[in-house]
Design a protein. Structure first.
Length: 296
């Protein structure tokens, strides 16, 4: 575990931890590429001290990591993370790196988008991000009621990631277009330098589908190299069809479509290949609603 130090002693050549009032920094140097990762709701289930989110993946790829960690499930609203990042920036910490990528999922993606403008030239890879949880700005957002209720969404600073978009040179947003809420958030953050990367049937936990498909490394490497996702990522994502989570969402979405014949063929394929119980259940319900398909 890196030594705990004060902010004034935080240098890019030595590993360190900084304990803030409500946020932490965990830094490990390895290369001129710095990945700045942000906690999400799931990572906060583990008590501190804990490794930064995606620390293992970043270490395996040989990149430096700065984990921005939180004590609260509040979208970094009641936090001093902005102060910690701004202080590092003022000290010239980020200028020593050739490439800086802010990355997060859901709550962490919201924070990555909001705080990236504090670091000149930082790119953002955001998975299933919320643009805001403010009810007036995004009335379509009704998830996570406890966390939202217990967070401050009135203070204007860093309240809307859409406001940060013009100040970030390169942004990629990975989201499920079949998740209506995530799609609406993504649409609020469009721009000429924003790549929308829809991954159907990945649900709000797109990062889990990407990881289970074995595509996370390809995604991060390609974004670091090009500032956007392309053939490397999409080729790796072909394996999503073998991911149970993806298949379940696919079956659920297909069950709501108006293509019963196609649905039956898909269910039969999934049952033959993986014996998924949810595909068997969906097939039974389809045949009950469309008995004419029994002889196909």
């Amino acid at each position: 575990m890196p030594d705990e130090i004060s902010m004034r002693d935080a240098k890019p050549d030595n590993a360190f931890r900084v304990i803030g009032k409500s946020s932490y920094l965990w830094f490990e140097p390895r290369s001129p590429v710095l990945v700045v990762s942000f906690d999400n709701l799931a990572t906060l289930d583990d008590p501190y001290p804990r490794m930064p989110w995606i620390a293992r993946q970043v270490a395996d790829l040989g990149f430096s990591i700065l984990g921005v960690q939180s004590r609260r499930k509040d979208w970094f609203r009641g936090t001093d993370a902005d102060h910690l990042i701004q202080t590092l920036s003022d000290q010239g910490f980020f200028q020593t790196f050739e490439t800086v990528v802010f990355i997060g999922a859901s709550m962490g993606a919201f924070a990555a988008l909001n705080y990236a403008p504090l670091v000149s030239g930082a790119r953002v890879l955001a998975l299933s991000p919320q643009s805001t949880m403010n009810k007036r700005i995004a009335p379509f957002e009704t998830r996570f009621p406890w966390a939202v209720k217990n967070s401050d969404w009135t203070e204007p600073a860093f309240i809307d990631a859409a406001d940060a978009i013009p100040d970030i040179p390169s942004v990629t947003i990975v989201f499920d277009p079949f998740d209506a809420t995530d799609k609406q958030h993504a649409m609020r953050m469009r721009g000429p330098h924003v790549q929308l990367a829809p991954v159907p049937n990945s649900t709000h936990e797109a990062v889990r589908t990407v990881m289970k498909a074995g595509a996370f490394d390809a995604m991060l490497l390609e974004f670091i190299e090009k500032g956007k996702l392309g053939s490397d990522f999409w080729n790796a994502m072909r394996q999503r069809k073998t991911v149970r989570k993806w298949a379940r969402a696919f079956v659920s979405n297909l069950s709501q479509s108006h293509h019963p014949t196609m649905a039956l063929r898909v269910y039969d394929h999934l049952i033959e290949r993986d014996r998924y119980h949810f595909a068997m259940q969906a097939r039974r319900e389809l045949l009950e609603a469309h008995p004419e398909l029994r002889n196909l």
